[in-house]
Write a protein that binds this ligand. Sequence first.
Ligand code: ZN
Length: 326
Amino acid sequence: MSISPNDPVTPLPDGLILAIDIGGTKMAIGLVDDDGNVLAADRTPSPANQLGDAMWDALNRLADRVLATAGNPELAGVGVGCAGPMIWPEGIVSPTNIVGWRDFPLRRLLEQRFPGVPVRLHNDAICMAIAENWKGAAQGHQNALGMVVSTGVGGGLISDGRLINGGFGNAGHIGHIVIDPDGPACRCGGRGCLEAIARGPATSAWAVEEGWSPLEPGDPANAETLAKDARAGDLVAIEAYRRAGSAVGVGLASVAALLDLDIAVVGGGLSQAGELLMGPVRLAFAEHAGMTFVKRMKIERAQLDQEAGVVGAAALFADGGRYWNA
Ligand SMILES: [Zn+2]
């Protein structure tokens, strides 16, 4: 649901959550009710220069526009999902992919911008996970992992029905569990991390090294083109997705053993390739899951992909705070 500047005002009730999803390439803001319905929403590209002030101004303009079109309802809360790393729950963010924000006090600034309204902020991958647990593929499960396989690999954990934060809000970082001790260097500083093997740019780069180039001249050599070419039967492209999916499946077997999970939900750009990724994920998981309680974990694709960021930001206020134990 997108708003154009000429849309008439549609008054919305008081008591909604202003839900903000901030990324390096785009920002999305929605007004979300208690049941997770997105009643109004809009998005904007993030400023290309990513300067700190420009990002903040763009965020405020977008919020103003969404609120004005809804008749400026009184808010029950402001929920934010933002790329990490961050100091949590203080909400001081230094997103890897937003160069203009380093130690940027996002939560405090939003509290000043919306006086008297509670502001809650968490990692975007955690917001994806709680969105899927609240309203998506992991609904009804007490023990769930939500993960994204995209430019990066991230995730969030629900255990015994509660979001697991860890000491600084970073629990669930499945992208940096080690899959191959001798594997490629990871941009986190480690080596052989799941992200270093399975993230989109690593997957397409591996294919290029193995001799793949886009079948359609002019297509970018990225994970999306790779999926298209795999569907067209390119063997290197198929193998590249198999390699990424296998790494995810191996990681999931370890996580399932550690946490006795009911379900893992996989979203993000690479999951859009469907069975090209998910088939190898399930196969590798089956090969490495030994014990009955590990084998029982279901693996599903995410349901909310497009809306997950906004719904997850609102979920920080859901159900009396089951996803907010700060
Ligand atoms: Zn890493």
